[in-house]
Design a protein around this ligand. Structure first.
Ligand code: 5AD
Ligand code: SF4
Length: 462
């Protein structure tokens, strides 16, 4: 290998992907790679990709188009495509002129070796799971578990915060979703491993732990005659010194049980925050999505959450323009958003994914124009709610975990204040922007809210 190889990782996906990128980064830095901020300076570029919507894949393909040209002037540049799109497309991606390495989410532990293989052979290397729905062998599972344990830095993340995977994969088979086909079946990690890892992170100064799972409320691990569930993990994590805030994402409304709410209500460190996607407010569409709950069930679930965990903020995802979605179905979704009063909602236009039930059986029959209109309308309804609900913070002092410098500096610059503009989040995950010294990064600050908007609270140090 060259003296010091420079590595650049681009991330296109969700938190799961960001975590994978961090693991891969830590492993490569341990092998002597140096992490660089821009792809122009890199000897190896890895793109950690997402397949959840067509748009995410298109962005990767357009980057690859650019890299194809860059490789003409720098033929020694190594380009790897990793993550969900690598698993979905496999050998097809390897045919792209820019690509030297293709590795799926189940192969992240092998990436350092695979890069060395590419460097030694100058050929293209492909490593993806052959039959993704078959649970990996014990050797593979142990390999992934060990790789996970080695992660003790947050090079790719926000200082003072860390993400810890509690399970991989998904067994839900929502009819639109590619995830079960690219991330494989559900496998929960051993509780003792998770706790050991969190201890290590807390010893290294991490204050906020976010437990990650595609359907985290389905976490289940049988050991010594006991079945460990998410509530048990929350309880054990709460006991770890140094950990101050605990989050968990993402919950499935069909799996959510009172045990989790009880844990949230009784454990002070667990933040009053729930990301629990509804996807639609129409029972007909929910059925076609194979979500296995009704709008009424969903609403009663969040009502219960609000009773048991006062002040809880609830966040949802929605897909608009699902096959067959009528104006009436969409109105039911708007109605649900009005009733639920989410803190915020992520709204996506339906995108057919190859191999899913929807793509095979249902016509993508809502026009892009209508999808766009519904997307805008739903966001407008949500925004009005967020704007109204955020007003209750006006004049209040909130506790904020500071992330660092705000990307939009000086929006809130007060006269005679030389401090930069910082950004952080409350326990309820509200974004707070305020002026303060940079040394506050990764620590808690009390901030008095002086202005609010739909997405941000603006304040000053109390
Ligand atoms: N089209 C559009 N949005 C999708 N999502 C998942 N699959 C699709 C798809 N095929 C959305 C869901 C999910 C979020 C991560 O992405 O709302 O909760
Ligand atoms: Fe994450 Fe799903 Fe996208 Fe994969 S396909 S990166 S699991 S959102």
């Amino acid at each position: 290998m060259k003296m010091v190889m420079k590595l650049h990782i681009k991330n296109f996906g969700c938190q799961m992907n960001k975590l994978d990128s961090s693991l891969v980064c830590s492993a490569l830095v341990e092998r002597g790679f140096e992490l660089v901020e821009t792809s122009e300076d890199a000897d190896v570029i890895l793109m950690n990709t997402c397949s959840v919507r067509q748009h995410a894949e298109e962005r990767v393909l357009s980057h690859l188009g650019r890299l194809k040209h860059e490789k003409k002037s720098r033929p020694e540049l190594v380009v790897g495509v990793i993550g969900c799109m690598a698993q979905r497309m496999g050998a097809e991606l390897a045919e792209h002129e820019a690509v030297d390495l293709v590795a799926g989410p189940g192969q992240i532990a092998q990436i350092p070796d695979l890069i060395e293989e590419v460097l030694a052979s100058k050929g293209t290397v492909v490593a993806v799971s052959e039959d993704i729905r078959v649970k990996g062998s014990d050797v593979e599972r142990v390999g992934l578990d060990e790789f996970e344990m080695a992660y003790d830095s947050d090079a790719n993340h926000i200082p003072g915060q860390a993400f810890v995977r509690v399970m991989r994969g998904c067994n839900n088979f929502c009819t639109y979703c590619i995830v079960p086909y690219v991330r494989g079946p559900e496998v929960s990690r051993k509780p003792a491993d998770i706790i050991k890892q969190i201890r290590k992170l807390a010893d290294g100064g991490v204050k906020q732990i976010t437990l990650l799972g595609q359907t985290i409320d389905a976490y289940e691990y049988a050991e010594g005659g006991k079945i460990y569930r998410l509530g048990d993990l929350l309880e054990e994590t709460s006991e770890i010194e140094g950990v101050e805030w605990i989050r968990f994402i993402t919950s499935h409304p069909g799996k959510f049980d009172a045990g989790i709410l009880e844990a949230m209500a009784s454990l002070k460190k667990v933040t009053p925050y729930l990301h629990i996607p509804a996807q639609s407010g129409s029972d007909r569409i929910l059925k076609a999505m194979n979500r296995r709950y009704t709008a009424e069930h969903y609403l009663s679930l969040i009502e219960k959450a609000r009773q048991m965990v006062p002040g809880i903020s609830i966040v949802s995802d929605f897909i608009v323009g699902f096959p067959g979605e009528t104006e009436e179905d969409f109105e039911a979704t708007v109605e649900l958003v009005r009733k639920a009063r989410f803190k915020n909602s992520f709204v996506f236009k339906y995108s057919p994914r190859v191999g899913t039930h929807c793509e095979k059986k249902l016509a993508d029959d809502v026009s892009d124009e209508v999808k766009k209109e519904r997307n805008i309308e739903l966001l407008a309804v949500q925004n009005a709610i967020s704007e109204e609900d955020n007003l209750k913070y006006l004049g209040a002092t909130v506790k904020v975990l500071v992330e660092g410098l705000s990307k939009k500096p000086h929006l809130n610059k007060a006269e005679n204040d030389d401090n930069p503009q910082l950004v952080g989040r409350t326990a309820t995950d509200h974004i707070v922007v305020f002026n303060g010294p940079e040394r506050l990064r990764a620590s808690f600050a009390d901030v008095k809210v002086i202005k609010t908007s739909a997405l941000t609270l603006f304040g000053e140090i109390d």
